[in-house]
Design a protein around this ligand. Structure first.
Ligand code: PLP
Length: 290
């Protein structure tokens, strides 16, 4: 509706983007840890390719959080977060943030909408957001929600340490379960293990997915849990599970689902800050009932 043409790639890699990017491309947009396929982007290689084509690289770093990485260090130009998730931490506010590195060299002939903000220099993009888009379209965070985000932010580091630890423990437990396949980037078996070490300090974030073998088994596993809650959100203090194919991806095509790593037997787990042994116990008793 805004006259923006979008091209998609299956995997956000330099190799897959190269054939579809050119000097007319305005922006490359990606999620750092894709939700829920959990693929990690090699930020530097994609940023270099975007910049060679005069395109700005916008990265959604919600699932990695500012605690695990500052994507500007790897060449991302603009970083966005859904603060509804880890930054808030308690699942009590819907909101987001946009952070501009100020480093992108805007070509004002190409980005004509920014030309009138040229005088703001490094702040041109933020000035356009404030004076143009936000004033005209809205998007104003309520003070109470901003306050709850601020309170949440104070414990972001502590929570991330705990939930990344819990996620790895759970992932290792699932590796030992017959009939369960686990996907978690900090596992040695993951194709993203090396990138996870390089960019995220070896911490794989707090989301993992498992495949239960069939939709029926996935439903049974979810319904058998006593501690983890069946709910949509991620980044909560509590562990949340969901069957993406029948909920958040129910309107996706088969191809979109497969590309997002959503199969009929996939369960997404957003790991909270409970005790790891309690979580393992909960999943263990439910898997034993299958
Ligand atoms: C949830 C989510 C969003 C959307 O954020 P809301 O705050 O729910 O509007 C965007 N990107 C990622 C990676 C998310 O997980």
């Amino acid at each position: 509706a805004f006259g923006i043409k979008t091209k998609f790639v299956k995997h956000v890699t330099k190799e897959e983007i190269a054939p579809i990017i050119n000097s007319k491309t305005k922006a490359v947009f990606a999620e750092l840890i894709g939700n829920p396929n959990l693929e990690i982007v090699d930020i530097k290689s994609v940023a270099d390719l975007a910049h060679e084509n005069g395109a700005v690289f916008i990265l959604d770093s919600t699932t990695a959080t500012p605690y695990l990485i500052n994507p500007f260090d790897y060449g991302a130009d603009i970083v966005v977060h859904s603060t509804s998730k880890y930054i808030n931490g308690g699942g009590n506010s819907i909101s987001g943030v946009i952070i501009d590195s100020g480093n992108f060299k805007w070509d004002y002939d190409k980005f004509k909408g920014l030309a009138e903000y040229k005088k703001f220099g490094k702040f041109a993009y933020i000035a356009k957001l404030r004076n143009g888009i936000w004033r005209n379209v809205g998007g104003c965070l309520a003070p109470m929600n901003a306050f709850m985000n601020s309170v949440g932010l104070e414990t972001l580091g502590l929570r991330m340490e705990r939930c990344c630890h819990n996620a790895l423990k759970l992932a290792e437990f699932f590796e030992s379960c017959d009939g369960i396949e686990v996907n978690y980037p900090a596992l040695k078996a993951s194709p993203f293990y090396d990138l996870c070490q390089e960019e995220l300090g070896g911490k794989g974030g707090a989301i993992l997915t498992i495949r239960a073998g069939s939709k029926e088994r996935a439903f049974k596993l979810i319904n058998g849990l006593k501690l983890a809650t069946n709910a949509t959100n991620i980044g909560d203090t509590r562990t949340l599970v969901i069957h993406p194919a029948s909920t958040i991806y129910v309107h996706g095509s088969e191809e979109q689902k497969i590309n997002a790593g959503v199969f009929g037997d996939t369960i997404r787990i957003s790991v909270g800050i409970e005790d790891a042994s309690d979580l393992i116990e909960d999943f263990k008793q439910s898997i034993e009932k299958l």
